[in-house]
Design a protein around this ligand. Structure first.
Ligand SMILES: Cc1ncc(COP(=O)(O)O)c(C=O)c1O
Length: 443
């Protein structure tokens, strides 16, 4: 039971089966959030919590960003919903045009979804259908990467490479394979920015081409920087090499930019940061500042055009969601883009990155720390696992930080930081200082 802040009545916690949560642990000692603004959450009791993870890698412009709030309120009153199939509304088109302006050259088509997971399913389907539409229907195989995270739907967990997310769910999609991950602690521990060693891990794609033949492979999907598996950065030259191998074999390259999109690395997208343009890109989260669920797939012109055949009155791509281009989401995303532009938030991460990097790397030498990784405003601090209890050490650190008023996230035994892009140096000091204090006393 907990106190309902609105009614002061007692609300049972039993009915809600919480996602990606240790439900029993949570319900014994709930961590409730009631309000948010800027860099902070507040608990129902009024305790202030500094947000070190932008909610969940999504509130890039900070919480309750005024323009976004106003846009959602106004849109709800003006038009709550409009059907997206065979109908349109102006903000959906305006948003697509605005997005194309900040996308890498050549990516100029936008397909709306409601989440990162849906963006991934959409991109995978687009890739297979694209090859079929251009007469190479044998290209159905999808290649992911070990330790990849691409959401939780069947396509996403099939190409994903996190064992816990896959093992309970049967045989998954057929015809999927994985290249090896890029984590190499032995050679790259404590790298600042992208690690020096490992471009050759991209050659693992050649192994799969030799095994399956390129004529069966539709696409490769990777996160340019992997977040959910513990902040894994691409080795220097790796993404370029992957791009070259895909080009050589006619395989589409999909970047899952659900967390790297919209300024996280200090550039609008990872593709712009690394100068490597994929054929398809998936986004969500920062697209609407997390304020209304929204995702999208960005496609190169020729992929879109391949579908544009047959009679004019017929649907070209049999795919879409009731809430694709939802008016509230479009309004929120337009206001989000305005806010990003006004405060230079899509590049602010690059300015803050050196301070963030120095602060994080000062944790080196504290108990249990075995690696520190960073890029833009993404940080990873890997801890040695407790004997026989993987994940427990980092989870304990998460709980202690929460008690001290700082929200961090942990995945396995890695602390993952992704603060709002409005962060100031004092916030960095507080987040990293709190983690340092907790680590000094960690079991
Ligand atoms: C790289 C990546 N892809 C996909 C997703 C799934 O997004 P969602 O939870 O909105 O479905 C996430 C979520 O964190 C992600 O990090």
């Amino acid at each position: 039971m907990t106190t309902n802040p609105k009614t002061d009545s007692k609300t049972s916690l039993e009915a809600y089966w919480m996602p990606f949560t240790a439900n029993r642990q949570f319900k014994q000692a709930p961590r409730m959030l009631a309000r948010a603004e800027g860099m902070y959450f507040w608990t129902p009791e009024g305790r202030k919590i500094l947000d070190g993870i932008a909610g969940l890698w999504c509130v890039n412009a900070g919480h309750a960003s005024p323009k976004v709030v106003q846009a959602i309120q106004a849109q709800a009153a003006e038009m709550d919903f409009a059907p997206p199939f065979n109908m349109g509304h102006p903000k959906a088109f305006e948003l697509a045009e605005r997005l194309v302006e900040i996308l890498p050259a050549g990516m100029n088509k936008v397909f709306y979804t409601n989440s990162g997971s849906e963006s991934v399913e959409t991109a995978l389907k687009m890739a297979i259908a694209y090859h079929r539409a251009r007469g190479e229907g044998s290209r159905t195989r999808l290649i992911g990467r070990e330790r990849g995270y691409h959401g939780v739907n069947f396509g996403g967990i099939s190409v994903g490479g996190i064992v816990a997310n896959r093992k309970m769910f049967g045989t998954l999609l057929a015809g999927v394979d994985h290249i090896r991950h890029t984590h190499d602690l032995a050679r790259n521990a404590y790298s600042r920015g992208v690690p020096e060693h490992g471009a050759e891990f991209a050659d693992d794609l050649e192994r799969l081409v030799a095994l399956h033949d390129a004529s069966t492979i539709a696409a490769v999907i990777v996160e340019p920087v992997a977040g959910s598996t513990g902040v894994l950065l691409p080795p220097k030259g790796y993404l370029e090499r992957l791009r070259a191998i895909c080009d050589k074999h006619g395989i589409l390259l999909i970047f899952d930019e659900v967390i790297t999109g919209f300024g996280r690395l200090g550039s609008p997208f990872a593709a712009t940061h690394f100068g490597v343009t994929p054929d398809l890109m998936t986004v969500a989260k920062g697209l609407s500042n997390g304020a209304v669920p929204m995702g999208a797939v960005f496609a190169k012109q020729h992929i879109h055009d391949t579908f544009m055949n047959g009679p004019d009155h017929l649907i070209e791509f049999f795919h879409g969601y009731t809430y694709s281009a939802h008016p509230l989401a479009c309004a929120a995303a337009l206001a989000t883009l305005d806010t990003y532009a006004e405060a230079d938030l899509l590049t602010r991460g690059a300015k803050m990155a050196p301070y963030f990097e120095d602060a994080l790397h000062a944790l080196k030498g504290l108990p249990h720390v075995i690696d520190i990784r960073n890029i833009g405003l993404v940080g990873g601090v890997e801890l040695a696992p407790m004997q026989g209890q993987p994940g427990k050490r980092a989870f304990d650190v998460f709980l202690k930080c929460w008690e001290r008023g700082v929200l961090i996230r942990t995945t396995g035994d890695t602390i993952a930081l992704s603060p709002p892009l409005i962060i100031e140096q004092s916030h960095i000091d507080e987040i990293v200082g709190t983690i340092a204090d907790v680590l000094k006393h960690a079991a």
